[in-house]
Design a protein around this ligand. Structure first.
Ligand code: ACO
Length: 322
């Protein structure tokens, strides 16, 4: 039986960290470091300079993941890239990335849009491609320049997000790395987190910036993250006690702590990057995963529960042994 397994990870954050005080001063916000830290856990975030696109961030993250896996770009026959801030409407950011990496083997490459659940959707998709036998080696990527769709006058949203990219190399293997995945969506909740307009030919049509009902998102996230964690553990035939690490979407420290409590996991078993990265949407889970691997937290043979929730609404989880 064919399984899929993570063989390398990489990530990239653009520029220097911008702390709350500097952001507040730069954007002229009526806010404070205390308010942001207390409500969200966020202290700093990275913001991509003008002209830097999602494919540029993804390129560095992917090169690092390939190096960690001991693979060359043309070893990759599938790219699944999750983003809500693509370089263009089309071509896909995945094909731009494929070209920048110098991949010429004609492998498949496509974007996937599930907002902050994007990486979990991408991982589940690549896992199914590999287990079907159609593809052998995938780059699974989350890359975002969320700073481009923020309303810098809206203190309730602009302090929450950051830019970055994370990637993994996922390969066919005889031993299971991805034990189970679960994906869900409920479009009835699409209005509580949305970019209701868009930009066409450089002109805004409607309202092209992120809008959010923070409290509704908070309640929804806490509920579905607990449910999908139980679901994916049961689907894998495992128990909560077998989970070494929780690597959740990094939106808000209070949401993450609530999920950990429901899983009876102590806070030190939760990988936290939201304090330094803010919410990087589809990039947040692979960024945290890479940091956990490179810092020596997550070791070979250990099992991590990955889970995300985001606009749509979408949510999902994956149970992974490194
Ligand atoms: N600084 C100071 N005051 C602020 C700020 C800010 N940056 N933002 C909002 N406020 C004010 C509001 O205007 C409001 O003032 P008022 O009482 O005078 O009207 C007050 O703070 C309370 O506002 P609430 O929205 O009720 O604050 P809440 O405690 O709900 O915290 C927050 C807001 C942090 C957004 C919270 O709702 C949250 O974290 N929700 C989850 C949203 C999330 O994580 N989204 C990420 C994208 S979705 C995802 O990734 C899953």
């Amino acid at each position: 039986m064919i399984h899929s397994r993570i063989t390398g990870t990489g990530s990239y954050l653009p520029g220097d960290p911008v702390d709350n005080t500097a952001l507040i001063a730069d954007k002229g916000l009526d806010s404070s470091d205390e308010w942001i830290v207390e409500r969200t856990g966020i202290r700093t975030r990275h913001l991509a300079p003008a002209g830097v696109a999602a494919s540029d961030l993804a390129l560095v993250a992917c090169r690092r993941a390939l190096e960690a896996a001991g693979r060359q770009p043309n070893d990759i026959d599938l790219i699944v890239l999750a983003t809500s801030t693509p370089d263009f409407v089309f071509p896909s950011t995945a094909t731009i990335l494929q070209d920048k990496l110098g991949i010429t083997n004609g492998g498949a490459a496509f974007d996937l849009q599930a907002v902050c659940s994007g990486f979990i959707y991408a991982l589940a998709t690549a896992d199914k491609f590999i287990r079907s036998g159609s593809h052998k080696r995938a780059l699974v990527v989350g890359s975002e320049v969320f700073s481009r769709i923020l309303d810098w006058q809206d203190r309730g949203t602009c302090v929450l997000f950051g830019d970055g990219a994370g990637a993994i190399v996922l390969e066919a293997s005889e031993t299971p790395g991805i034990h189970a995945t679960a994906l869900h969506a409920d479009g009835r909740h699409r209005d509580i987190l949305a970019v209701p307009g868009h930009v066409c030919g450089g002109q805004p049509i409607g309202d092209p910036l992120l809008r959010m009902d923070g409290q509704a998102v908070f309640k929804f996230a806490v509920k579905v993250l607990a449910e999908v964690a139980e679901e994916v553990i049961a689907a894998a035939g495992m128990t909560k006690e077998q989970i070494d690490w929780l690597i959740p979407h990094q939106a808000n420290i209070r949401i993450m702590q609530s999920t950990a409590k429901k899983l009876h996991l102590p806070p030190e078993k939760v990988v936290v990057t939201v304090d330094r990265h803010g919410n990087t949407s589809a990039a947040s889970i692979p960024l945290a995963f890479d940091e956990a691997v490179r810092s020596g937290q997550l070791r070979a043979g250990e099992t991590a529960l990955l889970e995300g929730v985001g606009g749509g609404f979408t949510w999902g989880a994956a149970l992974v042994t490194l």
